[in-house]
Design a protein around this ligand. Structure first.
Ligand SMILES: [Fe+2]
Ligand SMILES: [Fe+2]
Length: 480
């Protein structure tokens, strides 16, 4: 099957021939009402009858895959879209390297694969839940629309994973698909599976940091799963990555626009010291040190998503050919990693040191390293904006040992430069590194809705270009 166009005739848009797959079609149609209930209960609060200028995928052709139109979110056509099957695709790594990619799941890998799919699937609805109330304080209709676009696409990503569960995992898959609708972000009894997806996203700076840092973890995981020897998983992840790019765009440009507005306001007011927080806040913009603290928070929470630096699960998934490395095809080695080492940061006698570890066990560390490199690209673009205004300040990612709850550094208390502090010292200096209650209150005080078309809240600059090349005064959301 090599379908590029999406079939929009049935209840569930798809390019997987659902029309001739009665069993899976029925299973998904049965799951559909529960999904809509979940969306209505946990999706954007208060905007379900508003018309939103959204993009919907009409094809999986990278050129021209989406169309834009006004849609009420509950009517969004969530569908199942796989990137086209590549003729003769081979498994690129692990013990099965060189074999034809699997169209069905090898029995011995079923449990491992199901776990990978469920973990990925669980993050998708979680972020929608975390962002549920942000529409109410949107700094513009443009930003509100971007939030909702991210939300409906995370909903679609849930569909993507649920399709795999329903099609390939029988009864277990059905149960997992149900459970994905039952867990709730931050719920003490039925939380989402991963820590960062149970945190709050209370304000728009958090939202932009989340889409910059945490959606980028999503990108890394999807890149690794796009390598999978299980071809349907690879294809679904490849298409998800097309959508994911927009989420990170929203995050990166969101932070850029905040930084830009802050620097411009400081210049206009003749303030050159970024640490003169009282003065800067009087201008109604977010001071740069607080932006840094938010970055510290979201970066460190996201690093935890990569799991333990040394991991048997990661080694097994790679060895089995289920989850590869970031851009596996560009790496110059045997793609099996039976020998060879990778440098891993370890905590040794209270000190942070590099240690060569077996490469196969160090795959989480490696993906995390690739992630940090990717994160730094956008950070340097933020710094360019600051530099252009002549203000002396640089945003810097904290050390990977800072504020960790999983892995090697969960056992220590390091500062943002990686110096190990005593727990008491760390607690005392906590608000030097992470947002304080006052910082949170101040940001919250700025979160006043600006819903007039073409207008922006005072703490964020307008974007350079509109979505779908729309002019500045375009009404991205018709609030009803
Ligand atoms: Fe996603
Ligand atoms: Fe995303």
């Amino acid at each position: 099957m090599n379908i590029v166009d999406v079939d929009y005739d049935g209840l569930i848009p798809n390019n997987v021939g659902l029309g001739s797959d009665e069993r899976v079609k029925r299973a998904l149609e049965k799951w559909h009402p529960g999904y809509i209930d979940w969306w209505n209960d946990m999706g954007p609060d208060g905007f379900q009858s508003s018309l939103v200028y959204l993009r919907t995928a009409v094809s999986v052709d990278p050129k021209g895959w989406a169309k834009f139109d006004y849609v009420k979110m509950p009517d969004y056509r969530w569908g199942i879209l796989l990137a086209p099957q590549l003729e003769g695709r081979k498994i690129a790594f692990g013990a099965h390297k060189g074999e034809a990619a699997w169209q069905e799941i090898p029995g011995e890998y079923r449990a491992m694969l199901r776990r990978l799919i469920v973990i990925q699937g669980d993050t998708e609805p979680a972020s929608v839940e975390q962002q549920r109330y942000l529409g109410k304080t949107a700094p513009s209709l443009y930003d509100m629309r971007n939030l909702f676009q991210v939300n409906v696409e995370e909903g679609r990503h849930l569909w993507a994973m649920v399709y795999l569960l329903q099609k390939y995992f029988g009864t277990d898959g059905r149960e997992e698909a149900e459970a994905l609708l039952q867990r709730r972000s931050g719920d003490p009894d039925t939380p989402r599976m991963l820590g960062a997806f149970n945190e709050k996203t209370p304000d728009w700076l958090s939202f932009f940091m989340f889409t910059y840092f945490t959606d980028r973890d999503g990108k890394m995981q999807l890149e690794a799963l796009a390598q999978s020897g299980f071809d349907p998983l690879s294809r679904t992840c490849r298409f998800m990555l097309t959508e994911e790019a927009h989420h990170m765009f929203v995050g990166e440009t969101g932070v850029t626009r905040i930084v830009q507005r802050t620097c411009e306001a400081m210049k206009e007011a003749g303030i050159s010291d970024p640490y003169d927080i009282t003065k800067v806040r009087k201008l109604g913009v977010i001071d740069l040190p607080t932006i840094q603290k938010k970055a510290n928070l979201h970066f460190s929470l996201t690093l935890d998503l990569f799991g333990n630096e040394i991991s048997t699960n990661a080694a097994n998934a790679f060895h089995a050919g289920l989850k590869g490395r970031f851009r596996e095809e560009r790496l110059q080695d045997d793609h099996q990693l039976e020998g060879g080492t990778y440098p891993v940061l370890r905590l040794k006698d209270g000190k942070i040191e590099k240690e060569d570890s077996p490469a196969l066990s160090a795959l989480n560390m490696r993906l995390r390293d690739d992630y940090v490199v990717d994160c730094n690209l956008g950070v340097s673009r933020w710094n360019k904006v600051i530099e252009q205004t002549g203000i002396q300040f640089q945003i810097k990612l904290p050390h990977v040992a800072f504020h960790r709850h999983i892995g090697e550094f969960s056992r220590t208390t390091a500062d943002v430069d990686g110096n190990v502090l005593s727990p008491a010292e760390w607690t005392e200096r906590r608000t030097d590194f992470l947002p304080s209650a006052q910082d949170k209150d101040y940001i919250e005080s700025l979160m006043q809705p600006q819903w007039e078309a073409g207008k922006f809240a005072g703490w964020i600059a307008p974007p350079k270009v509109g979505i779908d090349n729309k002019p500045g005064e375009f009404e991205y959301v018709k609030i009803a």
